[in-house]
Design a protein around this ligand. Structure first.
Ligand code: GDP
Ligand code: ZN
Length: 376
């Protein structure tokens, strides 16, 4: 994504709206509602212009007056590198500060699982202990987010990672066997959060007959970047390193597919624990999800996420799914009904394309499954 800069004193930034995100832009109260409900750090300013990109988009372009940035010298800039319960570890470039979150930020993001998340750019103040030593801080503001990977957790929105450009969807050739529907869910989540997916097939050493190749070909045909690798043999690790360099990525996928092993192979100094979280996930509680932002010594950052077995997409407006199946997009205008859901309707151009072989039945079935049950 480009980082557009407006002329003059305004700076264009992309922000994610948290509520009423599918409300029509022509609703005359919408600017006031945005101000009331808060877009952190800009909401009290009177001079922003808000340009809706489209009804379905959760992101908005906002012109922020740069001269209005807080100038309080006590505030420091940093990036959240890990969340530990209610504590955010914030790196200011020199050290990592454990920070609590200002209550006001927490109440503003009540519909979210956490007020801040890994990858957030924040401003924080440092507080001194009784003995005058500065050991921790308080997150005061959260910068606008662009490029997010989100899911629904319980009834709340969980932003797994913020300010990332790419989602590396890691699957294993075997152990566990790949789940194409889960890949499709990650792709939809990536598109929804305005990040680019990369499908990474790990453990190719376990499949000497290369049965995985036909699955990867489905995604390559659709125009997605794909790569094959093995954390054990080292195959494909250089390609993965090249893909990750000079950008911020999030590594996502089921537990056990080899995310930690891949990171260790990419950057041997990391020494991440391998295979330690499966037990806990097996009990059906995947609430202990913690992610961390890792600085790569060959350039770039990666957010490592513990396994997420299923990706609840109930936070994505249903009408949006069709846009995120890239092979559907050019055919949507051909449906008889403008509000066609491509499930039961007659005169559906998507179903016609499935019958003629132009759209793969597996992908269509995946769409129907996601549309009818986004909350798996
Ligand atoms: P994570 O849960 O995605 O972080 O997965 P881990 O990195 O903990 O790996 C899970 C298991 O898969 C461990 O036993 C690893 O040794 C194994 N593993 C990881 N990558 C590969 C690979 O490329 N080939 C094979 N054969 N095993 C792998
Ligand atoms: Zn249709």
């Amino acid at each position: 994504m480009a980082s557009p800069r407006g002329g003059g004193r305004g700076k264009k930034v992309r922000i994610a709206l948290r509520r009423n995100r599918s409300a029509p832009a022509r609703d005359k109260h919408w600017t006031r509602r945005i101000r009331q409900q808060g877009v952190d750090s800009i909401e009290s300013r009177q001079d922003e212009r808000i340009t809706p990109k489209g009804d379905l988009s959760r992101m908005r372009t906002v012109i922020v007056d740069e001269t209005a940035r807080p100038t309080d010298a006590r505030l420091r800039d940093g990036r959240v590198v890990a969340m530990r319960g209610l504590i955010a570890d914030v790196d200011d470039g020199e050290r990592t500060w454990p920070c609590t979150i200002r209550r006001m930020l927490r109440t503003r993001r009540i519909g979210e699982r956490q007020a801040v998340t890994v990858g957030d750019r924040v401003q924080f103040s440092v507080v001194a202990d009784a003995d005058g030593v500065q050991r921790e801080g308080v997150v005061e503001t959260v910068g606008p987010r662009r490029g997010v990977l989100t899911r629904t957790s319980g009834k709340r929105l969980h932003t797994i990672a913020a300010n990332v450009d790419m989602a590396v969807v890691v699957v294993a050739a075997d152990q566990p066997p790949p789940k194409p529907h889960l890949i499709d869910r990650y792709i939809v989540a990536a598109h929804h959060g305005e990040i680019t997916p990369l499908i990474c097939m790990n453990k190719v050493d376990l499949d000497p007959s290369h049965a995985f190749a036909s699955l990867l070909a489905v995604y390559a045909e659709l125009g997605y970047a794909t790569l094959c690798c093995s954390a054990i043999t080292g195959e494909g690790i250089d390609e993965l390193r090249t893909a990750l360099a000079s950008r911020s990525s999030v590594l996502a996928g089921q537990s056990g597919v080899g995310k930690s092993s891949l990171l260790n192979a990419l950057q041997p100094g990391l020494q991440l624990a391998i295979g330690t979280i499966i037990e806990e996930l097996g009990k059906g509680r995947h609430t202990t999800t913690t992610a961390q932002l890792i600085k790569l010594d060959f350039g770039g950052y990666v957010v490592d996420t513990p396994g997420i077995r299923s990706l609840d997409l109930s936070g994505v407006p249903r009408g949006e799914f069709e846009k995120h199946f890239v092979e559907f997009v050019d055919r949507l205008a051909g449906c008889k009904f403008p509000d066609c859901t491509h499930t039961h309707e007659t005169g559906c151009a998507i179903k016609t394309a499935v019958r003629s072989g132009a759209i793969r039945p597996e992908r269509y079935e995946s769409y129907v499954r996601m549309f009818t049950d986004p909350g798996i």
